[in-house]
Design a protein around this ligand. Structure first.
Ligand SMILES: O=C(O)CCC(=O)C(=O)O
Ligand SMILES: [Fe+2]
Length: 443
């Protein structure tokens, strides 16, 4: 997405007056992704005809025949997926990413790096900002948690959002949980966070962690905090966690269920809206083993001299992947579709004496720390009046560090794809956020 964003900003900067994202994207498509030509076209053309607005829920409630006649626009991002299934076929959609992605002219001498499989924790640590741990929970707890999540997953929904002119849905089911303890003191506030996990769709109050998840979470929290103590800390990381406070608290969790090898999640980095810069995310894998794929986003200034490498990490049942601080800033991750997967044979039956049923499902639980200084009521709203999302400026890392983050409009995900062109630089001090690690270093 960063390529598109860069082009959007570039075109906007070439124009005398602000134009909608939709109009800029249309112009870019017409001009084969050439920003100068797109700006020129926009300067000479009158703005595109306005279309009637319906919100996503409204649109989904319409009859299929009516929906097919209505034609929505524009690009957002889901909290996670970039791989998506169109819900309907109206007109053939130009593959915008193909149009917009302008491959940098890499020097021929820069070697192409073949994908590398990292099956051992030591290799994961060597090549990525992640930690892989096998067999993290007691086997019976991992198995019970798998059954609990599988029972619940039937009720989970597929995320739906607008992508250009159509509603798409994620190729996996997802659910969001808020922890009753450790920071969940204001239900309304976390309700908003849950709502935005589902791309702005109204949700009931998020469920609390089921007992097995709570038990697993305590183990994960300990492991993560221990691991974090051994790592380099980044200046913008959460700087609380003094005294009895463990520092990293899993106060929310998002869970995905992938049924069979076809279900997946596309390359993305997680939105940092409530997580803040340099977040740590711990992902517990249950069920059938799947490949977790990581690929670095090469900063623009290095794009000619260095290529990204794809790393494949097989994640087995009861393994924990910790995406450490800087992973969301530097890497995108995905669970790619697989033509072949091994069936998972649970080590224990669901009920005593029952039969063991093999499964082709994987459930993962990402334990996340929603930072006290990024509470929902502190998130800037865009011109549409909707909370913005926070994204790192991945392409403009300087000396390997990201120090720029953008609040950007996210309204398009729910509002027929129509958003505004709101961009605001994150200003930690100006927005009264912190404490951060850097504060501790100064004092
Ligand atoms: O299933 C996984 O391990 C990754 C899920 C993920 O990236 C996400 O939920 O943001
Ligand atoms: Fe993710």
């Amino acid at each position: 997405m960063a390529d598109t964003e860069t082009l959007l900003v570039l075109v906007q900067s070439l124009l005398d007056s602000p134009r909608s994202t939709e109009a800029i994207l249309d112009a870019l498509i017409q001009c084969d992704g050439d920003p100068d030509a797109a700006a020129n076209r926009l300067s000479h053309n009158s703005p595109a005809k306005k279309r009637r607005r319906v919100d996503l829920n409204g649109w989904l409630k319409q009859s299929p025949a009516k929906r097919a006649k209505e034609s929505p626009p524009d690009p957002p991002a889901s909290p996670a997926a970039s791989t998506s299934r169109p819900l309907r076929d109206t007109k053939p959609v130009t593959d915008l990413m193909t149009v917009l992605r302008q491959p940098p002219k890499i020097e021929k001498t820069v070697p192409v790096l073949p994908p590398m499989t990292l099956s051992m924790p030591a290799l994961v640590a060597e090549h990525t900002p992640c930690t892989l741990r096998h067999s993290v929970l007691p086997p019976d707890l991992a198995c019970k948690l798998f059954y609990t999540m599988m029972d619940a997953a039937g009720q989970w929904s597929r995320n739906k959002w607008w992508l250009f002119d159509r509603v798409v849905e994620s190729p996996h089911r997802t659910a969001f949980f808020a922890r009753r303890t450790n920071g969940i003191d204001d239900d309304d506030s976390w309700q908003e966070a849950a709502q935005f996990w589902y791309n702005g769709r109204m949700t009931d109050v998020p469920p609390v962690f089921p007992p097995e998840m709570e038990e697993a979470c305590c183990i994960v929290e300990n492991l993560v905090n221990k691991e974090m103590k051994t790592r380099h800390r980044f200046p913008l990381e959460w700087g609380g966690g003094t005294g009895g406070d463990p520092g990293w608290r899993a106060n929310v969790a998002a869970s995905n269920c992938y049924e069979g090898g076809k279900e997946s999640v596309g390359f993305h980095s997680d939105h940092l809206t409530y997580l803040g810069p340099y977040t740590t995310i711990a992902s517990l894998s249950l069920g059938t083993s799947r490949v977790f794929r990581l690929r670095e986003v090469i900063p623009t200034e290095e794009a000619k001299s260095r290529r990204a490498r794809t790393f494949n990490i097989p994640l087995s049942h009861n393994s924990l992947t910790i995406m450490h601080a800087s992973c969301q800033e530097k890497f995108k991750h995905s669970i790619p579709p697989q033509t072949v997967i091994d069936m998972f044979r649970p080590p224990f039956p669901k009920s005593p004496g029952g039969a063991i049923e093999p499964s082709s499902c994987r459930v993962n639980i990402t334990f996340r720390f929603y930072r006290p200084d990024f509470r929902p009521n502190s998130i800037p709203r865009c011109k549409c009046g909707v909370p913005t999302i926070l994204r790192p400026d991945m392409k403009n890392r300087v000396d390997g560090k990201t120090d720029r983050y953008w609040w950007t409009c996210y309204a398009g995900a729910q509002n027929e794809g129509k958003g505004c062109n709101f961009w605001q630089l994150l200003d930690m001090a100006g927005e009264g956020r912190g404490p951060v690690v850097a504060d501790g270093l100064q004092g």
